[in-house]
Design a protein around this ligand. Structure first.
Ligand code: ADP
Length: 625
């Protein structure tokens, strides 16, 4: 069999995605590889397909038990013999698994990095033929990353102790140069084929919303998408509890997850979500690492996260199956305060000295700043993200909330010069709230206490609202005319550009949304029709029928529904209406093994629903919304 045939037979896909073929061919020619691809790009296929074609065993080092379980379930469902070895098994189970592995039962074995150090495992690995060692989530090897795992450093020693050096393949979704260099160097990859694919996730719609009431917005959103799977991320446990209660009060079935819950509770709630028993998960960022659930249709951030890295990783849990999905960030200025508090109180590695701690703090502040500007920018959100991850100028995407809004450009050069003057007059001692308060002539107790009414700048922009003055200041920060000190006071400071603004030599343009709130809602609804972009109402009903079949099968098998078939596969069934084996095998994601196991059940459901008639259950080109 060649790689393409393996892809079709076991995974049911017709063609490789961007980059997969190159990495697979490189591995099969005996070369090490490093694949840096975003979540959902299909990294697993890059090592699973060659693993089936190599003569020996492929060991996959993976940091999380849940991730391993998921992958092994999915492989078993596809008819591939795989196993995992980690601390969730008893010694006896491990012994049995290794015995079967020695007898050649498994082509792919997932192991936790800690396991590599044990005598028993090393003995096993020396006795069998290990063709490839795959390092999943390879960024865990880098001390620069946020997920550093010291046990990952042991992988190299392990490989050295094998009688023959296997091919080493490494995969991650973390793209920064430092992390990449670390992986290449620490893992000791030999002349590797390195592939960095585009970081764009085309099926994701990015939005930043600044609603008056986040709670109201959230409730509306979740209700409008009832039945769909979604994650709501909150910055703190307290917020998780609050949002969870809110949903409960409105009878929205939801689960919660944070470090304050017991292990059992967390496990149960996570499974309720993964097995589609509870559609909505409210959680802190503790939830998600190692969650492979492919049919998450939306990720809402109730609070702004602390960095773009976090945001893209968390938001990226939407739409792994490639179906249209939504990533909405609900921003309020208070979020910056929460984030700064969390950064300041973050647990640090006790081995770090003052110099290192300071460097980390500065890096955290810089990251927070970039995240904050994401919420404020009036430019294309996708472009902002991709530029941050080093993809250069990509141009506006027309598929994010900013690209969908209409903006008007206001020349605020005069107002900006007033801001510079005010900051100077205050001798750079205040942050954005006080400066905006002074300029707009606000009369709060705090300002009275500071005795700012005496200043020349007091009230010079009183024709503007305080919010608008803040927007101008934020715009000046993004243009690097102003910076803020990296402490909790965030005092505004002038940069060298400020003088030019003051003299009127550097114009300042503020982009503000043109459309009214009402209009925005209209556009949103139009663009947020998801499956219904493809399926007509009959198609959507059929989809629900098939979902029921999937749920029943998942229950029988004791696996999450998306492991049986992805949403994408079900949608494709609604489009193709497969009545025969051949037709069913033509549906994306239906491999031979899965056909034998489940194909008939779905085929029957399609036939029963359609009465055996091939009508149109989807919109034709011209008819789509
Ligand atoms: P990653 O590990 O990069 O986050 P996965 O390996 O989990 O991504 O793949 C994401 C989804 O894409 C899975 O549902 C997978 O089956 C699917 N997929 C991978 N490769 C292909 C392909 N060539 N054609 C269609 N679907 C694919």
């Amino acid at each position: 069999m060649n790689p393409r045939e393996v892809l079709k037979k076991y995974f049911g896909y017709d063609s490789f995605r961007e980059g997969q073929k190159l990495l697979i061919d490189s591995i099969l020619s005996g070369r090490d590889v490093l694949g840096i691809m975003p979540t959902g790009a299909g990294k697993s296929i890059c090592y699973q397909v060659p693993a089936l074609l190599l003569s020996g065993i492929t060991l996959v080092v993976s940091p999380l038990i849940s991730l391993m379980k998921d992958q092994v379930y999915a492989l078993n469902q596809a008819g591939i013999h795989a196993a995992y070895i980690n601390s969730s098994l008893t010694e006896n189970q491990i012994w049995k698994a290794l015995k079967l592995a020695r007898q050649g039962q498994y082509k792919i074995i997932y192991v936790a990095p800690e396991r590599l150090e044990t005598e028993g495992f090393l003995n096993f690995a020396r006795q069998v033929k290990i063709s490839m060692v795959t390092v999943d989530e390879a960024h865990c090897i880098s001390q620069w990353g946020q997920d550093f795992r010291p046990s990952y450093l042991k992988i190299v020693q392990f490989i050295r102790q094998l009688p023959n050096r296997p091919i080493v393949s490494a995969f991650t979704a973390t793209a920064t140069t430092l992390v990449k260099e670390d992986i290449l160097c620490v893992l000791g990859l030999l002349n590797p084929q390195v592939l960095v694919t585009g970081f764009d996730r085309k099926n994701l719609f990015f939005a930043v919303e600044k609603p008056k009431s986040k709670d109201r917005y959230l409730m509306d959103y979740v209700k409008k998408h009832s039945g769909e799977s979604g994650i709501i991320y909150c910055a703190t446990r307290k917020n998780v509890e609050k949002v969870y209660e809110l949903l409960k009060k409105e009878s929205v079935p939801a689960a919660k997850y944070h470090a304050g819950l017991s292990n059992e509770e967390r496990k149960e709630n996570q499974e309720d979500f993964i097995y589609d028993r509870t559609p909505v998960m409210v959680s802190t960022n503790a939830f998600g690492m190692g969650i492979d659930k492919s049919n998450v249709r939306y990720v809402i951030h109730y609070n702004m996260p602390q960095s773009m890295e976090n945001y893209y990783q968390e938001a990226g849990r939407a739409g792994r199956d490639g179906e249209p999905s939504w990533c909405v960030l609900l921003y309020s200025p208070q979020d910056v305060v929460i984030s700064r508090f969390l950064i300041e109180n973050k647990e640090q590695n006790p081995e770090y000295g003052p110099g290192e701690l300071e460097a980390i703090r500065e890096q955290d502040e810089r990251r927070l700043g970039t995240m904050h500007y994401y919420c404020l920018t009036a430019g294309c959100l996708r472009e902002y993200i991709l530029r941050y991850f080093g993809e250069g100028k990509t141009g506006a995407c027309s598929h994010c909330s900013n690209c969908e809004k209409e903006f008007e450009e206001l020349d605020v050069s005069r107002e900006a010069s007033c801001v510079v003057d005010c900051i100077r007059e205050c001798r750079q001692r205040y942050g954005i709230n006080v400066i905006a308060g002074i300029l707009s002539g606000s009369n709060t107790a705090k300002l009275r206490e500071y005795q700012v009414q005496r200043l020349v700048s007091y009230g010079v922009l009183k024709e503007l609202t305080e919010a608008r003055v803040k927007e101008i200041i934020q715009c000046m920060m993004m243009e690097e005319i102003l910076t803020a000190t990296r402490d909790k006071y965030a005092l505004l400071r002038l940069t060298e550009k400020a003088q030019a603004v003051y003299k009127g030599e550097l114009p300042v343009i503020l982009r503000v949304p043109k459309v009214s709130q009402q209009d925005q809602k209209g556009t949103k609804q139009k663009s947020k029709n998801r499956r219904s972009d493809v399926l007509n109402s009959k198609g959507l009903d059929l989809f629900d029928e098939l979902r029921k079949v999937r749920f029943a099968l998942a229950k029988e098998e004791g696996v999450p529904p998306y492991i049986i078939f992805s949403d994408k596969t079900l949608v494709d069934m609604c489009v193709k209406l497969p009545f025969s084996r051949e037709e069913m095998l033509g549906v994306t994601g239906v491999g031979e093994h899965k056909y034998e196991k489940y194909g008939l059940r779905f085929q029957e459901a399609v036939r029963a629903y359609t009465g055996g008639r091939k009508e149109k259950y989807y919109f034709g080109d011209g008819e789509s919304l």
